[in-house]
Design a protein around this ligand. Structure first.
Ligand code: MSP
Length: 537
């Protein structure tokens, strides 16, 4: 999504339930959002990544009770011991982290609700239906299936395979049905609002089938872990209605200060909201309708990504297929984690995780493809030119080809990011990795080095390769930030200053490294992994 003038790039992740610790499915959403945010920042744009935790609702309350602590204590523990550390583990550069139990959120959720109540979009009514606590969602008959085993004879939630609860209470309802046509009009006028295309089609046909009003409160007689309905404190707010509002309460919605207002203006509407496809309808139907009711514009884009599958099933803690992100990063590091999930899976489609695939890609693409290239080029500059970047002579056709492949890699990767096609961006970057490896093989600098008459040619080849590394460091900064920084401090820093200050748009401008500049040593970017470390998993 290109930016409109004056507006920052604002990307959000879903906020995560604190009933359990994160697994790699959660980390996947975080990494993708972070790569987008970092990419836009590397372009020189203002870029803001929001993430956080969803702490209210029956699910959290039950988990806390099962652990004999209050829900607030449970949430505090999970946030400090699991969810904040996750951001370190996978190297997320978020600009804010919102918790739905913070006053800045709770009070402005109430403001939002009061406004909708005052303008007639909320009314009191009788609710009768089914509720799945696992999903924290009201279910229609179509969402249920016959139970098996212990639940035979009962209808169960098709996602959690557990019985739903029959509810019959007086609740407050949001007039979602009034937004059927406005939503369809909005989708038609904004064809990229829901991406990918398959997700868009699913949502459009869902809305065409008709929308019913949404119960947005629960009676405190049943449980009370949530935000009070401002005009009726015998009810609390439905957890999804509360949670969706985090995207605006975090950036100043409802606050009166000039500073908060300016922040809100510069960030809303969000450029892209990344969500898993299981929560697409909340974000592409209910959320824009809530905003329309409040007179606010919907986000520019909702991107629904696929599921990480392990052994052919959606990975989840409850099905015991959950893998903690640190199980991977402890061995492979955060950069490899980030690269692997972005490169191996087309963003928007489901993808299978396997240790074999991860190890194979680490070895072939990162260690041999990228890491070795960098090590060899830097080592040869040290060996043949005492670590001083040589002055290039006239460029041959092969050298010019490297330049044009680099220019295409930058342009194609950048264009792919505008389509949220992160895998395609990496495929584009790898055309440069492959080209440089091929260039070194063909030019044989070690042969040139034996012939004093070829000294200038040797300098040209190594300068060309070093320029290629400079461009790769800039392109990889959003995806593998630690490794990119290492490579940059060796190759680019002395000539050009900080990596963060290298705009992607200028990355392909050839000849930026200063000949005569000393370059540093380079430790292996992707060290060899002992095979028993991977086999032990
Ligand atoms: N709290 C809600 C979101 C509220 S947003 C206003 C929620 N939380 S969650 O913790 O259950 O899930 C958060 C995200 O993790 C969702 O986008 C979900 O799709 C994603 N994933 C959970 N398991 C996943 C996989 N196995 N694979 C990919 N993503 C997965 O839903």
């Amino acid at each position: 999504m290109p930016n409109t003038k004056g507006q920052s790039f604002y990307v959000t992740t879903p906020i995560f339930y604190v009933n359990d610790a994160p697994h790699i499915g959660h980390a996947y959403t975080e990494v993708a959002s972070d790569v987008l945010a970092r990419w836009h920042r590397q372009r020189g744009e203002q870029s803001f990544l929001l993430t956080g935790t969803d702490e209210h609702g029956e699910k959290i309350l039950r988990t806390a009770s099962a652990n004999s602590v209050s829900p607030q204590e449970w949430a505090d523990k999970l946030v400090s011991e699991a969810w904040l550390p996750l951001l370190e583990t996978i190297d997320i550069d978020n600009q804010d982290f919102i918790r739905t139990t913070e006053p800045r959120h709770e009070k402005n959720v109430q403001k939002f609700l009061q406004n909708l109540y005052d303008t007639g979009f909320i009314y009191r009514g009788e609710f009768e239906g089914n509720y799945c606590v696992g999903c924290e969602e009201y279910k229609t008959e179509a969402d249920l299936m016959p139970g098996e085993g212990a639940f035979a004879g009962q209808p169960v939630c098709a996602i959690h395979s557990k019985p739903v609860e029959k509810l019959a209470e007086t609740n407050y309802f949001f007039k979602l049905s009034e937004f059927e046509q406005p939503l369809l009009d909005f989708y038609a006028a904004n064809p990229k609002f829901i991406q990918p295309e398959s997700a868009r089609n699913e949502v459009v046909s869902f809305v065409r089938r008709g929308l019913t009003d949404l119960s947005i409160s629960r009676s405190k007689e049943k449980f009370d872990w949530g935000i009070d309905i401002p005009w009726d404190d015998s009810h609390i707010t439905y957890v999804w209605f509360d949670a969706l509002l985090n995207y605006i309460t975090a950036i100043g919605y409802g606050e009166d200060s000039a500073e908060a207002k300016a922040k809100f203006e510069s960030l809303w509407p969000a450029t892209v909201q990344v969500v898993g496809k299981d929560i697409l309808r909340f974000h592409a139907v209910i959320w824009p309708a809530m905003l329309m009711a409040a007179g606010l514009p919907p986000a520019k884009q909702i991107f629904g990504h696929g599921w990480l599958l392990v052994g052919g099933e959606k990975m989840s803690k409850s099905k015991l297929t959950g893998i903690a992100p640190s199980q991977i990063t402890d061995t492979f590091g955060s950069d490899a984690f980030r690269y692997y999930f972005m490169k191996a899976i087309a963003f928007g489609q489901d993808g299978s995780f396997s240790w074999e695939d991860l190890s194979a890609r680490y070895q072939a693409e990162l260690a041999n493809g990228f890491g070795n290239l960098a090590s060899r080029v830097v080592a040869m500059i040290h060996r043949y030119f005492d670590g001083v970047l040589p002055t290039p002579g006239a460029a041959s056709e092969d050298d010019l080809k490297v330049q044009s492949v680099a220019a295409a890699a930058v342009a194609n990767a950048d264009a792919a990011i505008d389509e949220v096609a992160i895998q395609d961006a990496l495929i584009a970057v790898w055309t440069l990795v492959d080209e440089l490896n091929n260039y070194i093989t063909v030019q044989e600098p070690w042969v040139l080095a034996k012939d004093e008459a070829m000294r200038e040619r040797l300098g040209t080849v190594l300068y060309t390769a070093a320029e290629g590394l400079r461009i790769l460091a800039t392109l990889m900064a959003p995806v593998t930030p630690k490794v990119a920084e290492k490579l940059w401090s060796t190759v680019g820093q002395g000539s050009l200053g900080d990596l963060a200050a290298q705009p992607l748009s200028a990355a392909a401008n050839w000849g930026q490294l200063k000949a005569g500049q000393a370059i540093g040593e380079l430790e292996p970017l992707f060290p060899r992994i002992e095979t028993d470390a991977t086999e032990a998993k």
